[in-house]
Design a protein around this ligand. Structure first.
Ligand code: IVH
Length: 674
C-alpha cells in the first residue's frame, strides 16, 4: 500500500510539473501523448484505490456536481479597482502627482503590462493548497467559484516549492484575470449558434459566463485561462518590488504574463511601452483593453496606500474602445461580384477605436436571424484592426416595439432576377450573370490593384462606362477610345489620355494577376499565384481537371470545383477568348527550379524601407514562396523591418531563420526576379 501511495504521489508531482511547463511557462518538455499516458496511469491507480484520492490530485479538477447557488466569500483585503487614464498626458500627470505626494525628486520606477479584458478572480492558497477561489463581487464580498476555477488547468491546485527563492508562504491571496482567448471564444460561439444557443457578445462575457454558472462540468469544457497580476494578504513572504513579486509568483507555479511585463525606469519609458502595447493590441491572442502601470517599489506602494476604490500606486491606461453602441437605421442589400446578396447595416455614425463607422456587414440572412438584429435596434458594433466593422448584437432591453424584422428580398434589388438560395448554403444569390451590379463589381475587381491594376479607373468611371453602354465585360475595356472617355462626366483631355495609356500598360502583366482578375470564386491573390506557378499558362489552367487541381498543395475540393465550373461555362470561355485576343501579354512565372525560395514560407514583421509589405508579398509569391501572417513551426523565414512586433520573439523561440531586409533582398535577388 505504501508503495502505491508513493507511486501515486510521484505521478502527481510529475503531472503538476508538466502542467507548469505547459500552462505557466509555455515551454512543454514532453509530448501531449506522453502527458496523456502519465495522466491515464494516475487515473487507473486512483480508480483501483479510491481511498487514496485527495482533492488536490490533478484528476480532481472536474467531477463535482452542479451547485445550488454560490456561497459568499469575504475578501480578507478588499479587491480594489483601478483608476483610468485616457491618453498619455494623464499618465504623466499621475507620475507628477505621486512625486508631489511622496515629496520625491528622483524618478519613480514602474512596471507596465497589458490589462487583460476578463474577470477578476482571487485564489487563496493555504499552506500551498488552493483553498478558495472567488469572484471580485462588490470588492468586499464575492462568490465562491472554487469548483469552477479548479477546472482551469493554468491554475495550480498546489503551489510548488521553488529551487531557489522564497518558500511557499503559509497564506497567499493571489489575484488575477480569468479570460478566454479570441479564437476559442469564436469557436465556442460557432458551436453555440449551431445548437441554437445565444452567442456571447465578447470573450469577456464568455469567460464571466463560464465562471459564474453553477455546473463545473460546463466550466471545464470552456477554454479558460488565467494571468495573475497581484496579491492580497500574504503571510510568510515579503517582496521588495512588484517585479520580484511577479517573478516569485511564477516560481511558485502561478501563471503571470512574464513576456509582456516590463520594468520601466521612468514614466516616459512606461508611457512609451503603453503606446507600444496599444499598437500591438491586435497581435495578442486575447483581448486587452489597456495597460496597467504600477509603482515598482513595495515600500513606495505602502506609503502611497489606497483611495476609496483604487490604490494610489497604480493606473490603467485605457486603449480606445473597439466596441460601441449605436442605432441601426436600416438594412440594405448589396450585390457582389459573384452575385451574393450581402445585407449591410446603415448606422448612425459612431466612433469605434478611433474611426467613424457608418456601415457594417451583416454577413447573411441566417446571421441576422440568429442574432435577432432588427432595423431600428440599438446595436453593439465592433471593429478589430482593419477588419470590416461588424454588428455584434442588438441591445434588446432598449427596444421600443417599433423595430422591423429583416427579410431577404425575393428579387435582386438591382436587376430584379429571382433570388436563389441553394440548400446547405447560407448565401442568397442573384443568378443573373448580366446583372449590372455583378458586371460592375466584376469590372472593379478586374481593374483593381492586385489584378490588372488600371490606374485611375475607379468606381465612378466604371459606373458611367456601364450606364453609357460602353462597357459590358472586361474585354470591352481594351476597345475603348479616347473619345469614349471624353463622353464621360468630368473627364478632360489629359485624363482621357492617361486612362487610355493605363489600359494599354495593363496589357503587360503576370499570369497570376490575370488569373486573379478573372474573379473566379474562391481564387484570391494567393491561390491565383499558386495556380500560375503550377500551370505556367492560361491554356493549361483552362483545361485542368478537378483531379489535377486537387493534387496541388493548398487546393481543396471547393476551390477545384469552382475553377472547373468557371472554365466549363460557355460565356466565361467566350469572354476569356476575347480578352486574350485583345493583346494581353502574360509573363510566365519565374521558373521554380531556379528560385531559391520556392516552397518556403515567410512571415513579415515591421516596415521595410525598400518596399511595402504587399510588394514584398508579391515578390515572394512570384518566386514560388508563401507568405503567412503568423509565425509557426512551419515558418522558414521571418523578415524583420523597422519596429518589428511580437512575431520576432515568437520566431526566436521557434528557431525560425531571421532575415534583415538586406539579407532578404539578397536572397530574392539570388532568384530570377526581374
Ligand atoms: S492590477 C488594485 N493588473 O482590471 C487592483 N489589474 O479595471 C490591481 N486587470 O479589477 C489590479 N489586467 O480585474 C491589474 N495586469 C493587470 C490587469 C488588471 C486586468 C483588471 C482587474 C481590475 C480591473 C480594473
Amino acid at each position: 500500500m505504501e508503495e502505491i501511495r508513493r507511486q501515486i504521489e510521484e505521478l502527481r508531482e510529475k503531472i503538476r510539473y508538466h502542467n507548469y511547463r505547459y500552462y505557466v511557462l509555455d515551454a512543454p518538455e514532453i509530448s501531449d501523448a506522453k502527458y496523456d499516458r502519465l495522466f491515464r496511469q494516475l487515473v487507473e491507480l486512483e480508480q483501483a484505490h479510491p481511498e487514496l484520492i485527495t482533492p488536490d490530485s490533478p484528476t480532481q479538477r472536474v467531477g463535482a456536481k452542479p451547485q445550488e447557488a454560490f456561497a459568499q466569500v469575504t475578501h480578507r483585503q478588499p479587491m480594489l479597482s483601478l483608476e483610468n487614464a485616457f491618453g498619455r498626458q494623464e499618465l504623466v500627470d499621475f507620475d507628477a502627482r505621486l512625486k508631489r505626494y511622496l515629496n520625491l525628486r528622483s524618478a519613480i520606477e514602474y512596471t507596465a503590462e497589458p490589462k487583460i479584458d476578463g474577470l477578476a478572480v482571487e485564489l487563496v492558497y493555504e499552506n500551498g493548497r488552493l483553498a478558495v477561489a472567488s469572484t471580485r463581487g462588490d470588492g468586499y464580498v464575492g462568490e465562491d467559484v472554487t469548483l469552477n476555477i479548479k477546472t482551469i488547468l493554468a491554475v495550480p491546485l498546489t503551489l510548488m516549492e521553488p529551487k531557489e527563492g522564497p518558500p511557499v508562504p503559509e497564506l497567499l491571496e493571489v489575484r488575477g484575470e480569468v479570460y478566454m482567448e479570441i479564437e476559442a471564444f469564436q469557436e465556442l460561439n460557432r458551436e453555440r449558434i449551431k445548437k441554437d444557443l445565444p452567442p456571447f457578445a465578447n470573450p469577456r462575457n464568455a469567460a464571466a459566463g463560464s465562471v459564474r454558472q453553477l455546473d463545473p462540468k460546463v466550466t471545464a469544457k470552456r477554454p479558460l485561462n488565467m494571468f495573475c497580476y497581484g496579491v492580497g494578504e500574504v503571510r510568510g513572504a515579503n517582496f521588495e518590488t512588484q517585479m520580484e513579486m511577479m517573478l516569485t509568483l511564477q516560481k511558485w507555479g502561478l501563471r503571470v504574463n512574464r513576456q509582456y511585463i516590463r520594468l520601466c525606469k521612468t514614466i516616459d519609458e512606461a508611457v512609451n511601452y503603453c503606446g507600444q502595447l496599444e499598437e500591438m493590441r491586435e497581435t495578442f491572442p486575447y483581448e486587452i483593453d489597456g495597460a496597467v502601470i504600477k509603482v515598482n517599489s513595495m515600500e513606495l506602494q505602502r506609503r502611497l496606500g489606497e483611495k476609496a476604490r483604487s490604490p494610489r500606486w497604480a493606473m490603467a491606461y485605457k486603449f480606445k474602445p473597439t466596441q460601441e453602441t449605436t442605432r441601426l437605421l436600416r438594412i440594405d442589400v448589396q450585390v457582389g461580384r459573384t452575385g451574393v446578396l450581402t445585407p449591410v447595416a446603415h448606422l448612425e455614425p459612431v466612433e469605434v477605436g478611433g474611426v467613424v463607422v457608418k456601415r457594417a456587414t451583416l454577413h447573411n440572412e441566417d446571421e441576422i436571424q440568429k442574432k435577432d438584429i432588427r432595423e431600428g435596434d440599438i446595436v453593439l458594433v465592433q471593429r478589430a484592426g482593419d477588419v470590416i466593422p461588424e454588428v455584434v448584437m442588438p441591445i434588446v432591453s432598449k427596444r421600443t416595439g417599433k423595430e422591423k424584422q429583416f427579410v431577404m428580398p425575393k428579387n435582386c434589388p438591382v436587376c430584379g432576377a429571382k433570388v436563389v438560395r441553394k440548400p446547405g448554403e447560407v448565401a442568397s444569390r442573384c443568378p443573373n450573370p448580366n446583372c449590372p451590379a455583378q458586371v460592375k463589381e466584376a469590372l472593379k475587381h478586374f481593374v483593381s490593384k492586385g489584378a490588372m491594376n488600371i490606374e485611375g479607373l475607379g468606381d465612378k468611371l466604371i459606373t458611367q462606362l456601364i450606364e453609357k453602354g460602353l462597357v459590358e465585360e472586361p474585354a470591352d475595356l481594351y476597345e475603348l477610345t479616347k473619345e469614349d472617355f471624353l463622353k464621360l462626366d468630368k473627364v478632360a483631355d489629359k485624363a482621357a489620355t492617361n486612362l487610355i495609356q493605363a489600359i494599354e500598360d495593363s496589357k503587360k502583366t503576370t499570369l497570376a494577376k490575370f488569373i486573379y482578375g478573372l474573379g473566379i470564386r474562391h481564387v484570391g491573390e494567393h491561390i491565383a499565384s499558386v495556380l500560375a506557378n503550377h500551370f505556367g499558362s492560361i491554356n493549361e489552367l483552362q483545361n485542368a481537371s478537378e483531379e489535377e487541381l486537387l493534387a496541388i498543395d493548398e487546393i481543396g475540393p471547393e476551390i477545384a470545383q469552382s475553377i472547373v465550373s468557371y472554365f466549363q461555362d460557355e460565356e466565361n470561355r467566350r469572354q476569356l477568348k476575347r480578352l486574350l485576343e485583345s493583346g494581353i501579354e502574360l509573363q510566365a512565372p519565374a521558373r521554380m527550379a531556379e528560385s531559391p525560395i520556392a516552397g518556403k514560407t515567410f512571415v513579415l514583421t515591421g516596415s521595410l524601407a525598400s518596399m511595402t509589405r504587399s510588394e514584398a508579398k508579391e515578390i515572394i509569391e512570384k518566386l514560388g514562396g508563401k507568405v503567412s501572417s503568423s509565425v509557426s513551426s512551419g515558418t522558414d523565414y521571418l523578415v524583420v523591418g523597422e519596429s518589428p512586433g511580437s512575431k520576432l520573439a515568437k520566431a526566436r523561440e521557434k528557431g525560425v531563420s531571421i532575415l534583415t531586409e538586406e539579407e532578404f533582398l539578397k536572397l530574392i535577388q539570388g532568384g530570377n526576379h526581374e
